[in-house]
Write a protein that binds this ligand. Structure first.
Ligand code: MG
Length: 451
């Protein structure tokens, strides 16, 4: 079996249905996972993509065939499935979702028994097993059972509502009017229930759960025109947009202006630090606005390599109280070590409820950093070699090599790292001044071009 066109990531595998991702590969990787965990119960859940049911059947067969009992929790947001792994005392979980990737993609994400995504080390072991075998195979009388469990959503909702720093009374009294754009994804059903439990008046948008995405599946400002329009038309307090598997969040303020995923994350983190100050961990590409927020509370902000699993490892290491990725993926470790748009929504509402300020005022109180993104084509050259060489253009005390190359200036930063999916280097630069961000990016591109 070949893995051509199957993209192998930090905690999972993904591909276009019928090309990189096929039922045969799903079955093989599920068998590999069942072998890696050594049997036991496995929670399986999925987003709303039309290919999800087919992959779920293949995954279930692969798990049963190696003696794992399957608990199919159905269509649910990724954080809800991950939490079910813990709640059910399962040996692991498989989530069938290609997250923010386009319609034609699907993927398997692997979850450990503690409800976290596989770490890079875990995944290397699993990958090795799948490639080399042998995979577990049990006789007819030891095949795993395949059952449904419909309690995952209730368990998730009560876990979120049980988070101690949420002032439920105060949130409920405000009766926030919230427009929720679920992009017809896995958040279509669970998140309205969560908001209703917080006594919000919910105006649903793209909540069919059809798995047919009405706009770009990433909750970036340019994808949120409809949400902005409805927030204004409904005179809502705010709008929330989630990605198809409901782990990333972006908010739109009461004027219909998207505040961006970075600022949404920063506000959720501020909401945590306001009550329980402590270290913060974000990935290397997250906006400095999070460092600013950490500075407000006098707590450190650490950075890790890009990837949810890497951030989760960092949160453990630094005993952080909050963290995440600048794409709107908040991790709140007191609940679990998984990016979670549900708890992020509750935390943003908690912050709004703690004063009389509007969302635009809260967002407007944060510095407005400008990020510039660019790409440098590698051709057939090796990314690491080029990154080594370009480092020589910068002074030692300016650079960090934790994730590609990061150059820190007094008033900004520029970072270059290899793309996980294309033969390019990605260049990110940020500063309060657009002109400076562009200059840092242009200088890096010029150095790269001279090599
Ligand atoms: Mg996602």
């Amino acid at each position: 079996m070949h893995f051509k066109d199957l993209m192998i990531g930090v905690s999972g595998v993904r591909g276009v249905i019928g090309k990189g991702m096929t039922p045969e590969l799903a079955l093989l990787w599920a068998g590999g996972f069942g072998t890696w965990i050594g049997g036991g119960k496995v929670v399986v859940g999925r987003d709303t993509r039309p290919s999800g049911e087919m992959l779920c059947a293949a995954v279930s067969a692969g798990l049963s065939g190696c003696g794992c009992d399957v608990e199919d929790v159905g269509v649910l947001p990724t954080p809800t499935v991950a939490l079910a792994v813990e709640k059910r005392g399962a040996a692991g979980g498989i989530i069938i979702t290609a997250s923010h990737n386009p319609q034609e993609w699907n993927a398997l994400k692997f979850v450990r028994s503690d409800g976290r995504m596989l770490t890079p080390t875990d995944f290397t072991e699993l990958h090795g097993l799948v490639v080399q075998g042998p995979l577990r195979s049990v006789p007819w009388n030891r095949l795993g059972t395949i059952r449904k469990w419909d309690g995952a959503e209730t368990a998730y909702l009560s876990a979120v509502l049980g988070v101690s720093i949420l002032n439920l009374d105060r949130i409920r009294k405000r009766r926030f009017k919230v427009v929720l754009d679920a992009v017809n994804g896995a958040g279509s059903f669970t998140y309205p229930k969560l908001l209703e439990a917080l006594n919000c008046s919910v105006v649903p948008l793209n909540d069919t759960g059809s798995g047919i995405f009405p706009h770009s599946p990433e909750p970036r400002p340019e994808a949120l025109e409809d949400l902005s329009r409805v927030v204004k038309a409904e005179s809502a307090d705010l709008g929330f947009a989630v990605d198809p598997d409901g782990d990333r969040l972006a908010a739109v303020d009461e004027t219909g202006q998207p505040i961006g995923e970075e600022v949404t994350l920063a506000l959720a983190i501020q909401s945590v630090l306001e009550i329980t100050p402590g270290p913060v961990v974000v990935n290397s590409l997250t906006s400095q606005v999070v460092e600013y927020v950490a500075g407000q509370y006098g707590v450190p902000c650490h950075r890790t390599r890009v990837g949810e699993a890497n951030v989760a490892v960092g949160i453990k290491e630094f005993d952080a109280v909050a963290g995440g990725e600048g794409n709107g993926g908040l991790i709140y470790p007191a609940l679990h070590l998984v990016r979670d748009a549900g708890i992020a929504m509750a935390l943003v509402l908690n912050r709004l409820a703690s004063g009389r300020k509007t969302l635009s005022a809260l967002a407007g109180a944060l510095p407005n950093y400008k990020m510039v993104k660019a790409a440098f084509p590698l051709g057939d050259r090796d990314a690491q070699t080029i990154i080594e060489e370009v480092a020589k253009f910068y002074s030692h005390d300016q650079v960090s090599r934790a994730d590609g190359l990061r150059v820190v200036y007094e008033d900004g930063w520029v970072q270059v790292r290899a793309s996980g999916t294309e033969p390019i280097l990605r260049v990110f630069a940020e500063s309060l001044s657009q002109e400076k961000a562009e200059r840092y990016s242009a200088e890096m591109l010029e150095h790269l071009g001279s090599l």
